[in-house]
Design a protein around this ligand. Structure first.
Ligand code: RTP
Ligand code: MG
Length: 156
């Protein structure tokens, strides 16, 4: 397989509103670089409800969906393309479990343990598969002028 033969993979990392406004960005970036990721592109964006709902469409039927959208639109986020070998799995390992409260106990070195609070306010996002990563990267960084995220970004 191409994996493990030195070929790089990309994933999408997001510093969520609590992480960004809580001044964790520099520390998180230090950890990212320390673990051998290259930050290919980055962008600060204020998500509106429509973009946040599209981004988390897979959760639209969940009981926590409206709370998640409120959280994700509560302030700017920093979106990053992270590159290294096995980037998707490595970034998920590095951020730790979804529940930041549990992460503090079971994965104290993880990013969510460092800056997250609970099951919702967990300060960072990571794509859950190679396929999701490519879809999410295109969602934020498509270079056509018609792209919504780019338009929103240009408005800021
Ligand atoms: P993410 O997509 O943000 O990287 O997080 P994840 O894969 O670890 O977790 P996922 O199941 O995809 O959930 C997406 C985000 O929704 C919020 N959440 N709230 N109150 C709840 O039960 C609950 N569960 C999840 C979190 O912000 C989670 O990261
Ligand atoms: Mg997820």
């Amino acid at each position: 397989s191409s994996k493990g033969s030195g070929e790089k993979e990309r994933t999408l990392g997001v510093i969520k509103p609590d992480g960004f406004s809580g001044n964790y960005t520099e520390r998180i970036k230090e950890v990212i670089v320390e673990y051998g990721f290259n930050i290919n592109k980055e962008m600060v964006i204020q998500l509106d409800e429509e973009l946040a709902a599209k981004f988390y469409a897979e959760h639209s039927s969940k009981s926590f969906f409206s709370s998640l959208i409120k959280y994700m639109t509560s302030g700017p986020v920093l979106v990053m393309i992270l590159e290294k070998e096995n980037a998707v799995a490595h970034w998920r390992d590095l951020i730790g479990p979804t529940d930041a409260g549990k992460a503090k106990l079971t994965h104290p070195q993880s990013i969510r343990a460092m800056c997250g609070v609970d099951l919702e306010k967990n300060c960072v996002h990571g794509s859950d598969s190679h396929q999701s990563a490519e879809r999410e990267i295109a969602f934020f960084f498509k270079e056509t002028p018609s792209d919504e995220a780019v338009e929103k970004h240009d408005e800021l």
